[in-house]
Design a protein around this ligand. Structure first.
Ligand SMILES: *Cc1c(COP(=O)(O)O)cnc(C)c1O
Length: 461
């Protein structure tokens, strides 16, 4: 007989430490056509490993272009991941009930990492390879502070120094993230900063610039390129970063098997695309292999920074100043500075090229949602499930709730899986503003985007 204590009511699907994936999944192996080449910003020609060598350790450069389907995860990385992995998969029974939906909703919870998001999954891997190749210092940028704190923790564990250029609006809104990074031993400055030529230039043009991820990337890249002891580290967008995150989806697949269920819809928010890729790529593998044709993979972005849904699929710089290689991606233009949204991690003008390729080929879908209804979804989730979601993750929740309500209307028992990419314990200022009715929606910034798109680099490919 089924009682409330039996498996029938199971809420949490956990795995053993032995089940931490031993290999990353590399989606490039399953593409029918190769991804567009990455181009040198000066010559416009495809770049080679030697062009990236000043910025990244060779092992990560190899991973960036690898065509191998499975890449072994070194024990030195898995030993650190053990501290919080495998992360739990929850069945959102209380949210289902609150919505009155016949849909089954599951979420993979990445907020259990020490830094409170999925980002340590790649931070640990990147710190490991830098250490192994004799690097002693890493420079990086951070938006809302999640990436900086993930890298601060990871570099500390491998005995590396860490300098973080933190987007100024977040530096001001989120002092606790800075203190977290400093607790883990990193040096943190608000970006634009006077520490780099790129930062000085922006400050000269606009002393009150709120900063953006693009600007902060320019500063960190310049720092790494001009110092012998320093390499650069990026928390999203790049192929190897997305691959490091695939442990999320690989674990989730095993956990869904344990739940005797299969996903119909997979949802995650997308800033640079890494947590979306991490959860969805192992599922996209089935679609690329011609199986699971009806499976829907949905990336959710803010309507104030809608790179997939409103951007152009062209070559652009990854940063604001134009120091990085040119990559083909959905972009709002590298000079686009989004409104000071509370989901700081989603304020990026571009999107991971691998995610863009899948979008272009119709393998994945994208939806843009406004800020206020996103926080309404966050509150509904927190009140049903207990966990207070990061504002970034709340974008996914908005779409999950909309899909669950659609299932209710249609009387469909679909299974929805989403990535709860982090908790919102350092985002309570945003919750405070929402609860006080002070949060605003930002109009779709058509004019600003048009202006930024006019500044796209000319590329003849
Ligand atoms: C950084 C961050 C994001 C956005 O980055 P992606 O690379 O798109 O995943 C989303 N959620 C949380 C909690 C983050 O910290």
């Amino acid at each position: 007989m089924a009682t409330k204590g039996s498996d029938k009511y199971r809420t949490k699907f956990t795995l053993d430490e032995r089940d931490i994936p031993a290999k990353w999944y590399n989606i490039m192996a399953d593409f029918k056509t190769p991804p567009p080449p990455v181009l040198h910003p000066g010559t416009g020609q495809p770049i080679g490993p030697q062009d990236l060598a000043p910025l990244f350790p060779m092992e990560l450069i190899k991973q960036e272009v690898s065509q191998e389907r499975w890449i072994p995860i070194p024990d030195g990385i898995r030993d650190v991941l053990r501290l919080w992995r495998p992360s739990p998969l929850y069945r959102a029974r209380r949210l289902e009930k609150a919505l009155g939906t016949p849909a089954r909703i599951y979420y993979k919870y990445e907020g259990v990492s020490p830094a409170g998001s999925h980002k340590p999954n790649t931070a640990v891997a990147q710190a490991y390879y830098n250490k192994k190749e004799g690097v002693t210092r890493i420079a990086t940028e951070t938006g809302a502070g999640q990436w900086g704190s993930a890298l601060a923790m990871a570099t500390q564990m491998f005995g590396l120094q860490c300098k973080v250029y933190m987007v100024k609006v977040s530096y001001q809104q989120k002092p606790y993230r800075r203190i977290m990074m400093e607790t883990w031993g990193a040096q943190v400055v608000p970006s634009p900063s006077p520490d780099t030529q790129a930062g000085k230039k922006i400050l000269l043009e606009d002393p009150s610039s709120p900063g953006s991820l693009g600007i902060a990337i320019s500063e960190a890249v310049e720092d790494a390129a001009t110092r012998e002891d320093t390499k650069y580290s990026l928390g999203s967008v790049l192929n190897h970063v997305l691959m490091h995150q695939t442990i999320i989806g690989l674990e989730a697949k095993k956990q869904l098997e344990k739940a005797d269920d299969e996903a119909d819809i997979v949802v995650a928010c997308a800033g640079g695309g890494s947590n979306f890729a991490g959860l969805s790529f192992p599922f996209a593998a089935d679609k690329l292999a011609g199986k699971k044709k009806k499976l829907r993979l949905i990336a959710v972005e803010p309507s104030a920074c809608p790179s997939l849904t409103k951007g152009r699929y062209v070559y652009d710089f990854g940063d604001t100043v134009g120091l990085t290689p040119l990559v083909k991606m959905h972009t709002l233009g590298h000079s686009f500075v989004p409104a000071p949204l509370h989901a700081g991690g989603l304020r990026y003008h571009g999107m991971a090229p691998l995610v863009c390729k899948l979008y272009d080929e119709g393998v994945i879908e994208a939806v843009a949602v406004p800020q206020i209804s996103t926080f309404q979804a966050a509150l509904q989730f927190a009140r049903a499930e207990g966990i207070i979601p990061a504002p970034e993750a709340a974008h996914a929740i908005r779409v999950v709730i909309d899909e669950a309500l659609r299932c209710k209307k249609a009387g469909k028992r679909q299974t929805i899986l989403f990535n709860l990419s982090g908790h919102g314990h350092f985002d309570l200022g945003a919750y405070e503003a929402f609860l006080a009715g002070k949060l605003q929606d930002y109009d779709y910034p058509a004019e600003k985007i048009e202006a930024a798109l006019r500044g796209l680099p000319k590329v003849s490919v």
